[in-house]
Design a protein around this ligand. Sequence first.
Ligand code: F6R
Length: 563
Amino acid sequence: MCGIFGITLEKRKPVGKLLTDALKHLEYRGYDSVGIAVTDGKKSFLRKGVGFVSDVALEKRFEELDGIAGIGHTRWATHGEVKEENAHPHQGCRDVLFVVHNGILENYLELRDFLIKRNHVFRSETDSEVIVHLVEEFGANEEGLKKVLSLLEGTYAFVVLTKDGTLLCARKGSPLVVGKFEEGVVVASDPIPILPYTKKILRLGEGEYCIAKGRKLLYRGSQQPKTVSWSERSAELGSFNHFMEKEIEEQPLVLKNLLAWLRDDSPDRILHGRIHLIGAGTSYHAALYGEYLLRKAGYDARAFIASEYTYWKGEDPDIVIAVSQSGETTDVLEALKDYEGEIIAITNNPLSSLASLSERVFLLNAGPELGVAATKTYTAQLTVLYYLTTGRIPENLPSLVYESLIRNKEAVKGVVEVLKDRSSVYYLGRGLNVVTAKEGALKIKEIAYIHAEAYPAGESKHGPIALVENGFPVVFVMPKDETYKDSLSNLEEMLARGAKGIVVGNEPPEQPVMFLSIPYTKDPRLNPIISVLPLQLLAYKLSVARGYNPDRPRNLAKSVTVK
Ligand code: F6R
């Protein structure tokens, strides 16, 4: 949630432009509103507004601001509605201190009362604003910062900018990473906007702080910098229209790279005893895939939605496999809070909270995923789970995924026409294909705003079929595997009630349906990695056809760091 960026420089530079560029890279974390504060050492400037980075930056002329330091923020609202006053940065009583914050302060009302009694005047309804007033109260220096940290309850990653160009940075619960480069120091809520400056990135430890000015960085914490292998170009759009489109198309290459990494690994005897898998959203679907494969391989495994885990888990397992592309999803981290057993992380973020608390980390090595809807990280997660369970490197997988992509880029257009004006659609499948149906339905909901429900196909006749009337679209995921024959019967049932059938499979059935073709694999466990491609493409193209921006689905943010 929310993106934070800060920079200190030895010499005066076009800080407004540097902040704008960084915020564009962070926009996937939140896009309700945006703002920057810049100082040249003598004067400070605060500019913010509601809307997307490029629009607000243009309107408020972010790029005309030069200086020696600055902070910026893209917001995904938690406390206080979306309006200019609630956009970050927030300033103290005078225009000498500014803060950007990510997280939720639980005791902010108490702190606000305390500060109001001390004559502080608040301008916003946010919890974040108390931080800047507290720094004002206790001093914009190391001692003052320590005092402020001792008063804050809840989660935070924040950066305070002072008029003389110092950044006071701290984190607890929410991530904050720092990098040094030749001309200064950069700090951000994730590594992506830091990559143009340096690939050596330090993640502040839990409860730690740092202070930066010019090229100097004061850090008394316990962490060491790590080198992030992502190229800075991977965070650029290139010739694509949207990041989601780019990331869908990257999948064959991502999987090829991932298999190369996995080849150097040894999964032997990692798994034992009782295994729980947890994840949220798309990552939960990956967890379900893992459950299926592990159970078939004879393991005692069960998948849980992360936010439900503590209610449903029963006795602690021997191993938790935590699936999270960001590694920062609060629901996942909360689920692991009191767990003392072994954790295996499957994540795309080597600097994440999840990675730091896990015994064993499987990195997806997918490069940054900036589309809010997960695509390439999902197929990478499934691939890691396949490898973990079977110990096999599926050498032909990248070419099967490529084939699936090529076959469907144009083919989905016909289905887009059918679904474009519909308000509801079912996604059905059996066995492992239920996972793909769920993922396909989630994608459509998220970015095309069409109500989509996934069901095990056999279950559809126990209720959902009641909604089906002439023309009601039903997508069947039915490759030629053990489920095929039974799925065919369910398809018949739907067609008999007037449904418009759309089949994702290896060969078109005899029935009059629309058909999306996927290549055949002898190992049906690979099917979900292949058959999700047409469904990703369908959701993407449907979103565009309905006039939406698939990279910025309403109400959603890439990394959900609240409960
Ligand atoms: C769906 C989507 C979300 C995430 C979920 C978990 O397209 O992106 O449902 O999958 O918020 O995020 P991670 O994997 O970062 O824990």
